[in-house]
Write a protein that binds this ligand. Structure first.
Ligand code: 13P
Ligand code: SF4
Length: 325
């Protein structure tokens, strides 16, 4: 619509005027994904977002995603200003892993190497030996297992269970889950596959085991998009946040994408394959933020991480980034 075009242009102008870059996740509003690409920012998975923000010269990073993504950017670049459209955009994995309980869990298992998913607070990362994302967790655990290490894993039990099954590593799992991916259902997926016999199934590993077991490809958001582009198939069933379909359709034109089934419809399911916290990032909010930032500090949008805590968390994140390099 006209209003959207106006807002997009306004955001473009504001971004161009400032020493700022937009770093977006594939689960946010499609306008923000496009804007990020058009203005020299990026739309990416969580590992690539971290790397992009760290390496970009701009002194202000606008992170369109959820809080842990902003925190990771701040931890990697403590001297940059990191802003988010809505600081209340959290994640059920982060919420389900409070640092006190997590610390007690680690203290009770001192013989284990602590590996945490990126979807956690800075304080949890500070207690960890390694941070991993879905794109590289399997490789890192394989590496640790080959060294004979026993692992304490937190917080996503589905991703942890999948990695355990793939690597055979000794892993003690925290019992967290993502409220979006938790709703994909194995039985309903089987039925949908019968309706689309030629379709390849693309699954994010935060999904339950019964769904992952039916996958042709398991991977991070970027890995799933890349698989859709590369595959000879023309039809795909996608088990992850449906906002990713925007990029999949753009990257693989002519191919057909179907959403994997969730527990119910909008009346019965909590998320219906779209993260409520990612949904807090919109065009209006972004423009408001950029306008406010023109006139000085925006404390309600700025990510702050205690510097000492940040330095500890950075050790665990840097291990991952060095491993990935
Ligand atoms: P990716 O690292 O695959 O982008 O996943 C982040 C996330 O929050 C998935 O729910
Ligand atoms: Fe967290 Fe799930 Fe939302 Fe990703 S989709 S940010 S894991 S709640």
């Amino acid at each position: 619509t006209e209003r959207r075009q106006e807002l997009r242009q306004r955001a473009r102008d504001l971004l161009a005027r400032r020493d700022a870059v937009l770093v977006a996740h594939y689960y946010v509003d499609s306008d923000l994904q496009d804007l990020a690409e058009e203005t020299g920012g990026c739309v990416a998975d969580s590992l690539e977002m971290a790397r992009f923000g760290r390496d970009h010269a701009a002194q202000t990073l606008i992170v369109a995603g959820v809080r842990f993504m902003g925190e990771t950017s701040k931890i990697l670049s403590p001297d940059k200003r990191v802003l988010m459209p809505d600081l209340d955009a959290t994640c059920s994995l982060d919420l389900g892993c409070p640092v006190d309980e997590f610390t007690a869990f680690c203290d009770a298992n001192p013989d284990r190497t602590v590996v945490v998913y990126a979807n956690t607070s800075a304080a949890v990362k500070a207690r960890a030996d390694w941070t991993v994302t879905s794109s590289i967790g399997l490789e890192i655990v394989k590496h640790l297992h080959a060294q004979g290490k026993k692992i304490l894993w937190a917080p996503d039990r589905h991703l942890g269970g999948y990695i355990q099954q793939q690597t055979g590593a000794d892993m003690l799992l925290w019992q967290g889950s993502c409220l979006v991916h938790d709703e994909f259902k194995g039985v309903e997926l089987e039925l949908l596959r019968q309706e689309h016999p030629g379709a390849k199934v693309l699954v994010h590993p935060e999904s339950p085991a019964a769904v992952v077991a039916q996958a042709d490809v398991v991977g991070s958001t970027s890995q799933l998009i890349a698989a859709a582009v590369k595959s000879d198939a023309t039809e795909f069933i996608v088990a992850t946040d449906k906002a990713i379909l925007h990029k999949m359709r753009a990257a693989a034109p002519g191919k057909h994408f179907v959403e994997a089934p969730t527990a119910g419809n909008s009346a019965t399911c909590k998320s219906c394959a779209h993260c409520p916290w990612m949904a807090m990032n919109g065009l209006e909010g972004l423009v408001r933020l950029l306008e406010a930032a023109e006139h000085g500090a925006v404390p309600d949008h700025e990510i702050n991480v205690d510097p000492a805590l940040g330095r500890e968390a950075k050790v665990a994140i840097d291990r991952m980034l060095d491993f990935a390099a």
